[in-house]
Design a protein around this ligand. Structure first.
Ligand SMILES: Cc1cc2nc3c(=O)[nH]c(=O)nc-3n(C[C@H](O)[C@H](O)[C@H](O)COP(=O)(O)OP(=O)(O)OC[C@H]3O[C@@H](n4cnc5c(N)ncnc54)[C@H](O)[C@@H]3O)c2cc1C
Length: 391
């Protein structure tokens, strides 16, 4: 067993772990980044695309956003397609804020390139030890053998399927969970976008969405029934439903080869508190928010900023920021969870006409209010573009 020592072991090289590791390194705090996948794999894994302006500015202020700011197109409006008509919603006009559209794998690639500290890829069997002592440790395997790193802290940034969350004691941890009872079929198509930005189709057949990603690739989503799998969605059915759910008289959807077809379970959870002993969670290891409102990566960045600040304060002699880390993160987590739940009702309930006409009509009433009332539109815009304001 090869044994070493560092200040912070960061488990997971997603947006949360990479941002944190970069910030620690820049602050002169020793850290080791552990990732179970290869570098090539994480630099190609497509997931998020929409980053909120406050998060982009947060990266930029910390010296991590140069490529993103230089290259990412800005989006400040989207289109609802409802009752066969287009309704443009210009949230940038209302809030002065925009989304930056930058595929997650590009941000990950930038953050890996900027990180000058030690990173170990393709690790397995990551285990955490002595988390409530002053000197915890992390053990893991690589192709070269077994390793142990003694450290001051562990940052659990290993996402929703990681191992760090499992070290939280059941008796002092609440894992609040919500299941939407539906799925989303996430699709990537080699097809030029059919519109500049985002289209949300609110339709009795179910929700459908279009998101421009690059000049040649478009992301689509389709609401699916609980229990459906990818096998229930041959390409012909995918295009038939996208054309129907996003239909307007003059706006057909451009079709292309489907290069990703994946059912996402639509559920959310929050682990409270986000710290246990010397282990602090950041990002999806602590809270999952289904991609309904494109909030997950933004929250992961928020946690990483706060955790980096707290570690810096700790090493400068102030332990209070680390003690208050979880309480500092959770208000925004719950604001974004609440908005995702609300938006889910608007997006998905019009499809409930057959089994629950009451809820379908409620969803339609909400849509009409959103499109007809400037005050309702302003409140919606503020939540949709998001903010790290302390609410
Ligand atoms: C289709 C889709 C679209 C999305 N769109 C958006 C969007 O537009 N905007 C937005 O804000 N969010 C979006 N999200 C959510 C966003 O992708 C996630 O919230 C984000 O990836 C979370 O970052 P993270 O660093 O917490 O976790 P992850 O990105 O999951 O990173 C965790 C890392 O830990 C590694 N790991 C796991 N287990 C271990 C282990 N045992 N040991 C070592 N390493 C381990 C994983 O390989 C991974 O690299 C979307 C998600 C999906 C699925």
């Amino acid at each position: 067993m090869v044994a070493t020592r560092t200040a912070v072991v960061v488990v997971g090289a997603g947006p949360a772990g990479l941002t944190l590791a970069n910030l620690l390194r820049r602050a002169g705090i020793a850290c080791v980044l552990l990732e179970e996948q290869s570098r090539a794999f994480i630099e190609q894994r497509p997931r998020a695309g929409f980053i909120e302006e406050w998060a982009v500015r947060g990266l930029e202020e910390r010296g991590l956003g140069e490529q993103l700011v230089a290259k990412a197109p800005r989006h400040e409006k989207f289109e609802f397609r409802f009752a066969g008509r287009r309704h443009t919603f210009n949230y940038g006009h209302v809030t002065g804020q925009r989304h930056f559209v930058y595929p997650q794998q590009l941000l990950v690639t930038d953050l890996v390139a900027q990180y000058t500290g030690e990173a170990v890829f393709e690790v397995s069997d990551v285990r955490l030890h002595d988390l409530t002592s002053a000197s915890p440790a992390v053990t893991f395997r690589t192709a070269g053998g077994e390793h142990r790193i003694d450290c001051d802290f562990v940052a659990g940034c290993d996402g929703a399927r990681g191992v760090t969350q499992g070290h939280f004691p059941a008796e002092s941890t609440v894992k609040a969970h919500h299941d939407y009872g539906i799925g989303w079929l996430a699709l990537l198509a080699e097809a030029p976008p059919s519109a500049d930005g985002v289209l949300f189709g609110i339709h009795p057949r179910g929700f459908g969405a279009h998101m421009a990603r690059t000049p040649d690739v478009t992301r689509f989503y389709l609401q699916t029934a609980e229990g459906e799998t990818e096998a229930d969605w041959p390409d012909e059915r995918v295009w038939e439903e996208l054309q129907a759910r996003l239909a307007v008289p003059d706006g057909p959807i451009t079709e292309g080869r489907l290069i990703e077809k994946r059912i996402l379970d639509m559920h959310n959870y929050v682990v409270e508190p986000m710290s246990h002993g010397r282990l602090h969670l950041a990002g999806e290891s602590a809270h999952l928010v289904a991609p309904i409102a494109a909030k997950g990566m933004n929250l992961a960045l928020h946690d990483a900023f706060l955790l980096a600040d707290a570690f810096q304060a700790h090493y400068a002699g102030d332990p209070s920021r680390l003690a208050g880390y979880s309480a500092a993160c959770l208000p925004l987590v719950w604001q974004y969870q609440e908005f995702s739940l609300w938006l889910s009702d608007v997006f998905h309930q019009t499809a409930a006409t057959a089994e629950n006409p009451f809820l379908a009509r409620i969803a339609e009433a909400r849509m009409r209010r959103l499109l007809g009332s400037p005050a309702a539109a302003a409140a919606f815009a503020e939540l949709y573009i998001g903010s790290n304001a302390d609410l």
